[in-house]
Design a binder for this molecule. Structure first.
Ligand code: JFZ
Length: 417
């Protein structure tokens, strides 16, 4: 992955889930959760008219949040395409919206100096050749086994490859690709007793698909959900404990997280994570060497809702002041004390305090290693002290304080800066 150092430098990106499920406004898996047949789901297609869509607003919100890249669902599992694909009629230009939505998105990001990412679903609940499986909305139909006899995975595979070719040929340089997802072992049984196999590398033609991606976009990075190793891994709503592997080697990781538990716009779900929690999540990730891809689900009119925008703005305000400890920073080999995280950039070590200590912050192992200490918020000097040899040898030694501890004297009250 060394071919794209921008990615680990960036640390913070925006995920955008947007499609027909934004009209249902109750989770992007609504078609599956409620077993909605394609014919019934069509009403969202017929009413897709995002009159407030302005990707420059999305780019502005991402920038204001301190994000460095954006990843948009070109097609989610429902199968609806945001771009003017030649390979299906199930696309934005054929809805009341009447136009390609991807071109303006790419342009707006480039203009704003943001890296361009595409999410593309391997799963497709609309395509007539995609075999019904354990995750398919039609899986409970008694004739599912019969229907599958007419479905041809090879034809779907050609469609998948053809669409990825379009996406990576018609929109200039694309920096990032997120395929989603493989489940080679997720079997199941239809009511008639037929078996549903899962889907993985053979079904997608993953090796061939990856080779095509690299040929069309030599600089791109690709995640690991094709059921073959990728350039980076995307743990989902899961905070890793440290370094992660793909294909037997350590690769960059990016935790993807929702604001409120749903990826697609979910009108009645008000369980938003507050900005300060998300900042701690970002810090914790960077301290363990990872990125954060934070999701927004724009409304059916194309807007990022006000709650999401406020949360993003709150993170942006923190990053405006503290970004030096995040961008281009990563894990330190030093072990931080309780409720602290270390991030390191070059020879600078940043101590993030998740709980404000009682005036003195004791940092084991740092005695003699720190030339100068300051608060990041206002660059005010922080006094340092180390117990001298007599103290370490004598009664003054606090029980349990490791030799070599550096002590910082902080203001008793946490400053706002
Ligand atoms: C997938 C999607 O199904 C979901 O709607 C959303 O787009 C998310 C970002 O990605 O969800 C997954 C995919 C893979 C796993 C878990 C959730 N997984 O491998 O554990």
């Amino acid at each position: 992955m060394d071919h794209a150092p921008w990615f680990t430098e960036a640390r913070f990106g925006m995920f955008v889930h947007w499609g027909l499920y934004s009209l249902a406004a109750r989770h992007e898996w609504v078609m599956n959760h409620e077993r909605i047949p394609a014919a019934k789901y069509r009403k969202y297609f017929d009413h897709f008219d995002p009159d407030l869509y302005d990707p420059r607003e999305w780019a502005a919100a991402a920038k204001a949040a301190g994000m460095k890249y954006v990843v948009l669902t070109t097609k989610h599992h429902e199968g609806f395409c945001l771009w003017d694909t030649a390979l299906t009629e199930y696309k934005a230009p054929n809805t009341p919206c009447g136009r390609d939505l991807l071109g303006p998105y790419v342009e707006a990001l480039r203009e704003a100096g943001l890296k361009v990412g595409f999410y593309h679903s391997l799963i497709d609940w609309h395509h007539p050749d995609f075999p019904i499986d354990a995750f398919h909305p039609d899986r409970d139909r008694p004739d599912a086994g019969e229907i599958n006899k007419t479905r041809d995975m090879a034809r779907y595979r050609a469609y998948l490859h053809g669409q990825v070719r379009e996406l990576l040929s018609n929109y200039g340089q694309i920096d990032y690709l997120f395929f989603d997802f493989s489940y080679p072992n997720a079997g199941g049984t239809v009511p008639a007793g037929d078996k549903f196999p899962g889907k993985g590398r053979k079904d997608w033609g993953s090796e061939e698909l990856m080779a095509m991606v690299r040929e069309l976009q030599p600089g791109i990075i690709v995640n690991d959900r094709l059921d073959i190793p990728g350039d980076f891994v995307t743990p989902e709503q899961y905070q890793p404990a440290g370094a992660m592997m793909s294909g037997g080697r350590e690769v960059p990781w990016e935790a993807c997280q929702t604001l409120n538990g749903s990826w697609g716009y979910d009108r009645d779900n008000l369980d938003y994570k507050p900005a300060d929690l998300l900042v701690r999540m970002l810090v914790d990730g960077v301290a363990k060497g990872g990125n954060l891809l934070l999701n927004v689900g724009p409304t059916a009119r194309g807007e990022i809702d006000v709650r999401a925008r406020e949360t993003l703005a709150g993170m942006g305000e923190w990053l405006r002041v503290h970004g030096r400890s995040i961008y281009g920073a990563g894990a330190s080999a030093l072990v931080p004390p309780q409720d602290c995280r270390y991030t390191r950039r070059g020879n600078r070590l940043y101590v993030h305090l998740f709980a404000w200590p009682f005036e003195h912050l004791h940092l084991p192992g740092l005695a003699g290693k720190v030339a100068y200490a300051q608060l990041l918020g206002d660059a005010s000097e922080v006094a340092m002290s180390v117990l001298d040899a007599d103290q370490e040898a004598g009664n003054m030694t606090p029980a349990g304080q490791a030799p070599g501890t550096l002590t910082l004297k902080l203001p008793i009250q946490r400053p706002n800066a």
